[in-house]
Design a protein around this ligand. Sequence first.
Ligand SMILES: [Fe+2]
Length: 291
Amino acid sequence: MRKSPFKRVLAAPVLGVGLGIDIYDQHPDFRKLIAQHRAGFDFLEVYSRGDWENTDVPFSEIPDDVPRTYHHEGLDPVAPALCPDGPIAGCVKNQTLLGPPWTVEELAVRHIDGHYTDFFFPAILNRECVHATVANLDALNTVLHAPLLPENAPYEFVVGDMHLGDFLTEVAHGADCGLVLDLGHWWSYQLCVGKGETPDHGIERLDLSRVIEVHLAGARVEPFAGGGIYRDLHGAGPIPEASLYLLRTLLPGLPNLKAITIEVENATEGAAVAQARQAREVVQRVRPDWR
Ligand SMILES: [Fe+2]
């Protein structure tokens, strides 16, 4: 019998601090990052905007000695039913080309009736959605070549009666998988529920042993109705202090952490490695024995 997705990902190596790049971005150009800034990151998290039809050439430009993870898009794991066969086959194709130890996908819906939406519809936080998500992840993990790590998506509003920490824990336990904890996205949820001033509020509800990878990204908060809405800027803005606070606070208590990814789409190459340096400095200060 195939090992559980969680056990399979636990067997993967610790990758360190890496950069999340979009292979179609001009800035940063992953080729330049590899050629000119190789010491600035330990691995790349490769994103192709969900595309699999044009990835052969750009993926082949990533040398074998650059460790990589793969960030897919299009599986819509929190949808009421499993996604069509196309995105699954596309994910398998990209996994075959890249050979990542795991694959990341947001706990969101990006397609409605076959049409792409430019908005992340994040998971509805209720038991029905937990059950649908677990069923989808179970089905996906039987066919994908590397285990899927679901990632908490950004929230601009919250629907449902569960706390995000409970939702993520129940999904991870139900599908027996690991998780990507995006620290900015976690904070986006806090902003929605009036806890923006205490970014780690309720973190004890999350089974931190399931967190395999952490995401950090530049962002801004737009004022809204007396509070704020979190907007990912990725490499085009500074990493918010709330995200860095969460990194400092949580890092010592993540026993199975294998990767910290700075999502740097739209950064210059110099800004991308500067943000990786920022994360490495936090690691050096609060968990110097990691790796
Ligand atoms: Fe992320």
